[in-house]
Design a protein around this ligand. Structure first.
Ligand code: ZN
Length: 458
């Protein structure tokens, strides 16, 4: 860039017939971003005023407006890139005790002074002549402020030279840049994990299932682990073996085949942590049912301890299905079965009766809460049905009028909440209203994510 200042001999006051021909180098090194055309136009005006000229012509209309604005509305110029130059010009004008006239002239129409100034500027810009002066004043008051920029080629302009590009904002444009840098959106989609996730997507309540990404109670480390588990990258012996870092692909704790889901929900050595998680989850659900329209029908709960339930303000409840709600003829048979297989107790039982045509009609709702591989809830659904088949068939055998329903509540091990397998069951069959359901599923989601990462994986 270059600037030129011309004054004829009369204006220059030399009286010897010598014109002033000033070649100005206005570029500054400290902050090259500010080497703009605007700066190149402002600098000679500043120089002319400081040399005592009172009638100055420029072909830059914007310079004219800017000088006017800094004098009349300085507050409107606070954010201007060349504020320091403007202020200097304003100060110089104030110092002079006479009016300064600045004129706008058309360029390239043969106005002699303007053409000469233009030539002076061009000679500096092209480097054909050495500048007489070099004006180094900073023009930008924001020089000390920082803003991120990138030098990445955009795909559309791959051949264009790379130069720093300030980000237009710290939200969408930063995200876009990171996506490109980390090749997001270009992941290998020919994997079983991807196919399974795509297939399961329709079953999942995505906003509820992804709360961990924005929750303040989940640490970045935990967030990373959940994402790894979902994508099959959670480090375990299966992967270590595949990468040649372990001699075995078996779990170091139980010697069964290792894997992300083995760690998260299948390792016998970690069963205590899973049981604790199950109890905590069951407590949330029990509390929500008790607060709903079917709250008074809860007669049994095998989740949490009675101590914990008392602190949560819940009543004492038996852990196995109480005899007094069963058809009397099946009590002995049930006691034997319950003794043989205490694992097959429902997590929660709801029970009520009604009189219909003079007959007592028993309504049973058995609740089973299960964690499942996030993309395969159907497997655990089938397991739950199998688990409670005996009890349901026994009741139906002894009381053909009884209405027996099994409600299976499924939660994904990596925090997935399902539309049908989780929410619909709670709302339709267990009487949890829409408002309570919203906070319940958030709690269930974080409950799946937090203890898993805190107790199992760290
Ligand atoms: Zn194991």
């Amino acid at each position: 860039m270059g600037s030129g200042l011309y004054a004829n001999s009369a204006a220059a006051g030399t009286h010897e017939g010598v014109d002033l021909l000033l070649r100005i180098q206005p570029a500054i090194k400290s902050y090259p971003f500010d080497n703009t055309i605007n700066r190149a136009e402002l600098v000679p005006v500043m120089e002319a005023i400081s040399r005592g000229y009172t009638h100055i012509a420029t072909d830059s209309l914007s310079t004219l407006y800017q000088v006017k604005k800094i004098a009349h509305q300085p507050q409107a110029m606070n954010e201007h890139r060349h504020l320091l130059l403007h202020k200097k010009i304003a100060e110089l004008i104030l110092e002079k005790n006479q009016p300064i006239h600045i004129y706008k002239v058309k360029s390239h129409i043969g106005i002699v002074g303007n053409e000469i100034a233009d030539e002076l500027a061009t000679s500096v810009a092209k480097g054909t002549e050495t500048p007489n002066i070099h004006i180094q004043d900073d023009s930008n008051p924001h020089e000390s402020q920082y803003w991120p920029y990138h030098t990445q080629d955009t795909p559309d302009h791959a051949d264009a030279p790379t130069r720093p590009q300030p980000l237009t904002d710290l939200d969408a444009s930063l995200r876009k840049l990171c996506h490109n840098m980390y090749h997001m959106g270009t992941a290998n989609t020919a994997t079983t994990y991807y196919a399974a996730a795509q297939k399961a997507a329709a079953l999942i309540d995505m906003p509820a299932s992804n709360k961990f990404l924005t929750s303040r109670t989940v640490t970045p480390y935990e967030t990373t682990n959940v994402l790894k588990l979902r994508c099959g990258n959670l480090y375990n012996n299966k992967l270590a073996h595949r990468y040649g870092r372990s001699t075995t692909s078996k779990c170091p704790l139980c010697r069964q085949p290792d894997g992300g889901y083995h760690l998260a929900s299948g390792c016998p050595a970690l069963s205590e942590a899973y049981i604790e998680r199950h109890h905590a989850t069951g407590m949330y659900i029990l509390k929500a049912i008790k607060g709903g329209r079917l709250g008074s029908t809860v007669v049994q709960a095998d989740v949490g301890s009675n101590d914990k339930r008392t602190t949560e303000g819940l009543p004492d409840l038996p852990t196995s299905v109480p005899n007094n709600i069963l058809p009397p003829s099946m009590i002995a048979e049930y006691e034997q079965a319950d003794n043989d297989k205490p694992d097959s107790r429902p997590d929660i039982t709801l029970y009520w009766t009604e009189k219909s045509h003079g007959l007592l009609k028993r309504h049973y709702t058995f609740v089973e809460i299960k964690y499942c591989v996030d993309t395969k809830p159907q497997e655990q659904q089938a397991n739950a049905e199998e688990q409670h088949k005996g009890l349901i068939q026994m009741i139906q055998k002894h009381d053909v009028n009884a209405e027996v329903r099994l409600v299976v509540i499924l939660l994904g091990t990596a925090g997935y909440i399902y539309e049908d397998y989780t929410k619909k069951q709670l709302q339709e069959y267990l009487g949890v209203d829409a408002h309570a359901l919203k906070s319940l599923v958030t709690n269930l989601h974080l409950q799946s994510v937090n203890p898993l990462m805190a107790k199992v994986l760290i």
